[in-house]
Design a protein around this ligand. Sequence first.
Ligand code: FAD
Length: 363
Amino acid sequence: LARATALITELVEGRAEEWDQAGLLPSDLLGKLGPVLCAQVATEHGGLGLSSRDNGELTAHTGSLCGSVRSVMTSQGMAAWTIQRLGDPAQRARLLPRLTGGELAAVAFSEPGAGSDLSAMTTRIHDDGGSVVLAGRKVWVTGGHYADLIVVFGRYGDGGAAVVVPANAPGVRVRRIPDPLGCRAAGHAEVELDSVRLPADSLLGGAGQSLSLLVTSALTYGRLSVAWGCAGMLRGCLAAATSHARSRSQFGKPLADHQLVSGHLGRLLIAEQVSARVCEHASDHWDSGSPDVVMTTVLAKHVSAVNAAAGASTAAQVLASAGAHAGSPVARAYRDAKLMEIIEGTNELCLVMLAGHALSGAS
Ligand code: FAD
């Protein structure tokens, strides 16, 4: 963990503003991060074999420095987890070392008509002789612009399936989404799949199972990663706000000595600490193999995303004009954090799931 954290610091610290403004990450950066982007992959496949808790800390550290790199890390980790979870031993042995070796992967669920309601997916996957064939259109694929491989979810018979699609396969068209609100260098893309024909072993295991079951497994990783990223974003906001409140004086004393400003700092600390605790709680469930990981992860994602959006707004208030330019870390966090309330299950969908859990009497 310490070496991975140091590598992120070395390659990412102090550069997020430049990447955010350019809307792109440098082409060599992601390859250099290799196993660090999917650090829970087992060492036998070239990964670091980190626990969810340690990977969470790494994700938070990355999130405190750059929301775009953290977003790509979430996608890469989610792709690796999906291959680990659904792939057979031969698929794992073939594909996971590619990801830990520096190739990039993204995950595609969403479609123009299927956002919160993924059961409305229309992308079709079917077997044809010795091949598997995909047709459909995916939107908002984080990291899609950089991806060598795209894990595509779609309908397969009466159920669902996931296929590992090379981004350069005939019939695949990837178009970068220009100028997103936040995480501007995360390479969000639309992906068109025009009768893409691939070898049958591109189809991951579990094909034909319930689509929602397959998707929930992948999303659980993604939600926990986003939650940890939000905790990190809050750390970055707290550091920027406290440093500014100490160094800037108005009315003859540091901002921090004005009680209304120190109230902002206190609330930011609460947001950061509470987010970290719910993330640790969910990761502990992941690491112990508890079935409660699904619900504790939804809880962590909701709490952390709401706290990050509110906390980034609070930090921007403390910095006032000093944070009011596009490149300021708090302005970046303000834009990035809003998106965290939308992705991997919106705030509303998380509430619906939590309410369902409460109503089932399971809590
Ligand atoms: P809609 O589903 O149209 O929802 C609009 C509003 O209605 C929301 O507020 C929603 O909460 C609310 N709503 C909808 N249904 C209900 C309901 N039943 N009850 C209450 N409220 C409801 N997708 C991928 O597949 N891969 C990715 O890597 C990926 N990355 C993304 C990155 C970013 C920056 C963004 C913005 C999106 C990304 N997405 C990705 C897509 C993301 O998962 C969807 O945007 C998200 O699920 C919401 O879908 P939608 O935008 O279509 O909103």
